[in-house]
Design a protein around this ligand. Structure first.
Ligand code: GLY
Length: 370
């Protein structure tokens, strides 16, 4: 059970290999990239405890030595201080221009280590081994790397494509149900933004997939990665189409800021709630039938996911304040809020044309249900 998706960027092509027990094959898959049999692995403490030994054994099968660093888990690690820790450690390990750095972990580790690899000696190659569903279907593919700033998330970074992505679907079995479903929010996003048949498939297969069906998990990751690869090949640096991947994210980023980037709302949960709000806004603007947001909400509810603002515990700011938080999003262009809206499930588009009053009324109504 192996699937391969090719990200065919000129001069920077790479493969995303998807399937179970890939950690055991890491040596065989990575050795063609190596000038010498040695890699530097950066992970977080939680992931290292669960998966570092399996990776070490997989590399050792092909005579590859591994040195490793484990950082504190959590979003706060995506910062200047930990970037410096990574870069200094990689220099201490005498990582050279022709060596390969491995990011073993979720989105935080992938973004941070990818950025460290981008700036180390003006760019060394890196391999992504994503261990969360969110990282497997989104953040490990496409070369966005970076850290957060006091002004907002992901405001400092670089495009630096990995040399290989190994999405080991067995490791998804170690995720909590909440983390798995948060990643599933990004999977649903792909169906919503460009492939209604995939959304139909998710409606049918989602419960089996969440329960652990390996074939369904592989297929969901493959289809998501293929959609992302197609978009990244058209628009690597987000001049156009790549912004479609931000469906749900304008609302999501405001909600994450409002909840202090805390455990109250995981990123993928915010994406799911944000997608529901984006479809509601699309329906209010007469762009899509009301049936579309209703169908989306029904699927999220069936999956036991956060769906509405009412599902977010604790206080939230009022609608005006949430809109202001959206105004600080990096997707604002010339002061104009950019939304990804939809004509239907599977047919999204980017616009700077959403009337503020309509967005406000969507948020007011959603807040009133709390
Ligand atoms: N996560 C959105 C992108 O990679 O463009």
């Amino acid at each position: 059970m192996r699937e391969t998706v090719k990200v065919d960027l000129p001069g920077r092509a790479y493969e995303v290999v998807i399937g179970p027990d890939l950690l055991a094959e890491a040596g065989a898959r990575i050795s063609p990239l190596l000038a010498r049999p040695r890699v530097a692995v950066i992970s977080d403490q939680t992931v290292a405890e669960l998966h570092l030994n399996a990776l070490r054994d997989g590399l050792a099968n092909n005579g590859i030595e591994m040195t490793s660093l484990a950082l504190p888990p959590g979003e706060a690690t995506k910062c200047w201080a930990q970037l410096q820790v990574c870069v200094d450690w990689l220099l201490d390990q005498k990582v050279e221009r022709t060596d390969v750095v491995i990011a073993l972990g979720g989105g935080v580790i992938g973004d941070l280590v990818g950025f460290a690899a981008a700036v180390l000696r003006r760019g060394v190659r890196f391999v992504q081994i994503p261990t969360s569903l969110l990282a497997q279907v989104d953040s490990s593919v496409g070369g966005k790397t970076g850290i957060n700033a006091a002004h907002g998330k992901n405001l400092i970074g670089a495009f630096h494509q990995p040399a290989l992505v190994l999405a080991d679907t067995s490791v998804l079995g170690t995720l909590t149900a909440r983390d798995f479903l948060a990643g599933y929010g990004e999977v649903v996003k792909y169906g919503l933004l460009g492939d209604e048949a995939f959304f139909d498939w998710l409606e049918a297969q989602g419960p089996a997939l969440a329960a652990g069906d390996m074939a369904a998990r592989i297929e969901a990751v493959r289809r998501s990665v293929q959609m992302k690869a197609d978009i990244v090949m058209r628009d690597e640096t987000e001049q156009g189409d790549r912004a479609l991947l931000n469906l749900g994210h304008t609302f999501c980023h405001a909600l994450e800021a409002a909840t202090g980037y805390s455990d109250r709302l995981l990123h993928g949960e915010g994406v799911a709630v944000g997608c529901a709000l984006a479809f509601e806004l699309s329906a209010r603007m007469g762009l899509c039938a009301q049936e579309a947001p209703s169908r989306l909400r029904a699927h999220l509810r069936t999956m036991g996911m956060k769906t509405d603002l009412a599902d977010i515990e604790g206080d939230l700011p009022d609608a005006e304040a949430l809109l202001d938080l959206m105004g600080q999003d990096k997707k604002v262009v010339a002061g104009q809020l950019r939304f990804v809206l939809a004509h239907a499930i599977g047919d999204a588009f980017v616009t700077g044309d959403a009337p503020r009053d309509t967005a406000l009324s969507v948020l007011n109504d959603a807040l009133a249900q709390r």
